[in-house]
Design a protein around this ligand. Structure first.
Ligand code: URA
Ligand code: SF4
Length: 271
């Protein structure tokens, strides 16, 4: 492929991600080394704040949680558990309080033999209804990020979350999962990773990064970017969560640099 063609393709992809036509592709190394970008960048996507949130769920009306500890979830998952059984186990799971308000568990979507695994935080309002990950406005941006890499949802990619049920606050709004909810649900993601064996993992935001790397919740995403981490032996790249990028579009250029780093780490297993 000629240099010129590469540039043309890259422009198309960057545009799909909401980075064009203002931005020109630079060498990924240069881009990574140049974190400051122009402050105003038009985004074709609406702000996540516009996503609807339903009224609070009355959890007092619901069944009590079955008494299963995170350790028991781990024990439940055997080394030979198939994808199908794992999926059914998640659909019936009551190992943490998040089962109480859920409409649907969100297992993940995509190719079970994906080269790329994208990991988000947990289902939001729309995902809880549809049972699919990243279907809201953040999902549109994630799709654009995939397009920018020449990828498509479901083809060579898998999209999952750290927790499979939607965390909500007292007002029924989305919130990040707590440490005990993450601990309860993480074994499912770990089993998904063991079955998929992706060539690269992209942690979308802090929750995914700290859960998969076992870090302190205080660690800022900014400190984790621009390096190749490893989950077991698999390369893992940390970037911003698409919902954050919708609020702060100026950081999309940094996210693109992260995706370029992920692409160059494909298949670089440390094993
Ligand atoms: N945000 C996430 O982290 N995951 C989703 O599935 C949707 C929004
Ligand atoms: Fe089970 Fe995970 Fe849902 Fe908690 S969030 S109930 S651990 S599937």
């Amino acid at each position: 492929m000629t240099q010129e063609l590469n540039q043309m393709d890259a422009q198309k992809y960057l545009q799909a991600m909401g980075l064009g036509p203002v931005w020109h592709l630079r060498n990924p190394e240069t881009l990574a080394a140049t974190p400051e970008v122009a402050p105003e960048m038009p985004s074709p996507l609406v702000d996540v704040a516009e996503e609807k949130n339903p009224p609070a769920v009355d959890i007092a009306q619901q069944e009590p949680v079955r008494d299963v500890t995170p350790v028991q979830v781990k024990q439940l998952l055997t080394e030979d558990m198939s994808w199908e059984v794992l999926q059914e186990t998640v659909a019936a799971c009551q190992a943490c309080r998040l089962c109480q308000g859920r409409q649907k568990t969100v297992f993940g979507v995509g190719d079970q033999k994906a080269r790329w695994l994208f990991v988000g935080e947990g289902p939001g309002y729309n995902e809880n209804i549809q049972g699919q990950p990243f279907v809201g406005t953040a999902g549109q941006l994630l799709d654009n990020m995939l397009n920018a890499l020449g990828l498509k949802r479901g083809e060579a990619t898998y999209i999952a979350n750290v927790v499979k049920c939607r965390p909500t606050d007292d007002l029924g709004k989305d919130r990040p999962p707590s440490a005990d909810e993450i601990a309860a649900c993480l074994p499912y993601l770990q089993r998904q990773i063991a079955l998929i064996q992706p060539e690269v993992i992209v942690a979308l935001g802090k929750t995914a990064a700290i859960a998969l790397l076992g870090l302190s919740p205080e660690t800022p995403v900014g400190q984790l970017r621009e390096k190749v981490h490893h989950y077991q032996s698999l390369p893992l790249i940390v970037t911003y969560h698409p919902a954050y990028l919708l609020r702060k579009p100026a950081d999309k250029a940094k996210a693109w640099a992260d995706l370029c780093l992920a692409r160059s780490s494909l298949g670089d297993s440390a094993a």
